[in-house]
Design a protein around this ligand. Structure first.
Ligand code: NAD
Length: 307
């Protein structure tokens, strides 16, 4: 019988697992669960007879693919898939997919939860500022970026965006001002929210020069990936610009140091929280299960990321 494994170090909400089970068993397949595993050997063992695997931030590398002799497809329930070794998957003839858009609203809402916290001085009792009327720069107008733009308009913010691959007309159709470059976005906006993927091009790209070009009272909010930040540049920015705040859902390696030195200007969520809502779990988990069924039954590769 076809076996679908859900391998999640950080488990889905129970209601999401229920929905996944309904889709998988409804297709006549067997569902296996490996949750909160503490050692990679447990994953290596669990994938041995799996034909399909649903993961979250779990690492799928060459050793896992070597162990998974019957594997045909891996679906990352979520947007970012930098935790999967795509070249190794292709070499093993395994299809890799993500579930774009399913957790975007969850991440976008967190951006504003963190922004209100930042402009109200981390709720320390002092007078803060409002978001209304402030210039917000959205770096990358993808699924999350578009949701951030939608919510920002509700706050009455002046919204700007830059995306290397999305045409300005598409951005402006949403009532958002398109700028010509990342540099222009940082120069223009007091608040910048990062929504770029971690790629060879973007890794370390948010550097001191960019951040230091921001207007007074600058805030950078990162719900994308820690790799996109140049950490030495961030440390320098925190030191040289006492008006600058950095708030992040993905802690940098220098988190402890920044939290100790700048408790009123640096904040990192204790764990990555962006997609941690029941709705996002359900949406992404069920989408992953449906994509697996559609791939195995009809060969649908619409969301394949390792072509
Ligand atoms: P998406 O693929 O829908 O959008 C990414 C956008 O980035 C695309 O529009 C693309 O054109 C643009 N882009 C790519 N390279 C660029 C570059 N060099 N400069 C400017 N734009 C560029 O992805 P998404 O769902 O919007 O997710 C955005 C980011 O958020 C990703 O890094 C993802 O991993 C991260 N994410 C984090 C969480 C979390 O839990 N914090 C959850 C979901 C997504």
């Amino acid at each position: 019988m076809t076996k679908v494994l859900v391998a999640t170090d950080k488990p889905f909400a129970a209601i999401a697992v229920k929905g996944i089970r309904e889709v998988v068993e409804g297709a006549g397949y067997e569902l296996a669960l490996l949750e909160k595993y503490t050692d990679k050997s447990q994953l290596l063992d669990a994938v041995k007879d799996a034909n399909a695997v649903i993961i979250r931030s779990d690492i799928i590398d060459a050793p896992v693919l070597d162990a998974a002799k019957d594997l045909k497809i891996v679906v990352r329930a979520g947007a970012g898939y930098d935790n999967v070794d795509l070249a190794a998957a292709t070499a093993h003839n395994v299809c890799v997919m993500n579930t774009p858009g399913q957790n975007s609203n969850a991440v976008a809402e967190l951006v504003f939860g963190m922004l209100v916290y930042a402009v109200r001085n981390f709720y320390n009792g002092t007078s803060g500022t409002e978001l209304m009327g402030k210039k917000l720069g959205i770096l990358a107008y993808g699924n999350v970026g578009r949701n951030v733009a939608r919510i920002a308009k509700g706050f009455g913010m002046d919204v700007y965006a830059y995306d290397a691959f999305c045409p300005a007309e598409v951005i402006e159709k949403d009532g958002v001002k398109a700028v010509a470059s990342t540099a222009d976005l940082f120069k223009t906006c007091q608040i910048v929210s990062l929504h770029i993927p971690a790629t060879a091009e973007t890794k370390g790209s948010i550097n001191f020069e960019l951040m230091n070009s921001m207007p007074k009272g600058a805030i950078v909010v990162n719900t994308a990936r820690k790799e996109v930040i140049d950490e030495a540049g961030l440390a320098k920015m925190m030191e040289e610009r006492p008006d600058f705040k950095y708030i992040t859902d993905i802690k940098p390696a220098i988190d402890t140091d920044l939290a100790a030195k700048y408790p009123d200007r640096y904040f990192g969520t204790p764990k990555k929280m962006g997609a941690q809502t029941a709705e996002a779990n359900i949406n992404a988990g069920i989408a992953a299960a449906k994509q697996i069924v559609d791939f195995l039954q009809n060969g649908n590769e619409k969301f394949r990321v390792n072509r």
